[in-house]
Design a protein around this ligand. Structure first.
Ligand code: SF4
Length: 121
């Protein structure tokens, strides 16, 4: 069995709307691979720190913090609460619908530059 993928809570939302846009080519290629694996396998484990997307992101500092850490901490806490995700818990990526994710994005990702992608009709 494949090991579950480590994901920050708000990335369980972001990935549902991923359409190939991101911070660098490496980030985008990695995100497609993560999404493919999640669609096939489904399982992810929640982490409060850098995850499998951050690992290929140019915004992750050497100190393990995101360039927008304050905002990211807020998104993660809010997404974890609204989706009922606990740090270290393993969940099925496909257990909540895209419709539910679309409902949550405007409540959580209020100042995210990519939110237009996740909320478009
Ligand atoms: S480092 Fe920051 S911007 Fe990059 S994927 Fe992680 S949370 Fe998102």
């Amino acid at each position: 069995m494949t090991d579950p993928i480590l994901l920050r809570p708000h990335h369980a939302l972001c990935l549902r709307f991923f359409e190939g846009k991101g911070y660098s080519e490496e980030y985008v290629n990695n995100a497609w691979n993560v999404l493919r694996t999640l669609r096939e396998n489904g399982a992810f484990t929640v982490t409060a720190g850098p995850d499998v997307l951050c690992a290929a992101c140019p915004n992750l500092g050497k100190n393990g913090l995101c360039r927008w850490q304050e905002k990211i901490t807020r998104y993660d806490a809010d997404a974890a609460e609204k989706l009922g995700l606990k740090d270290g818990g393993t969940y099925d990526f496909n257990a909540f619908s895209k419709t539910r994710a679309k409902e949550l994005v405007p409540q959580i990702c209020t100042d995210c530059e990519w939110a237009y992608i996740c909320t478009k009709e």
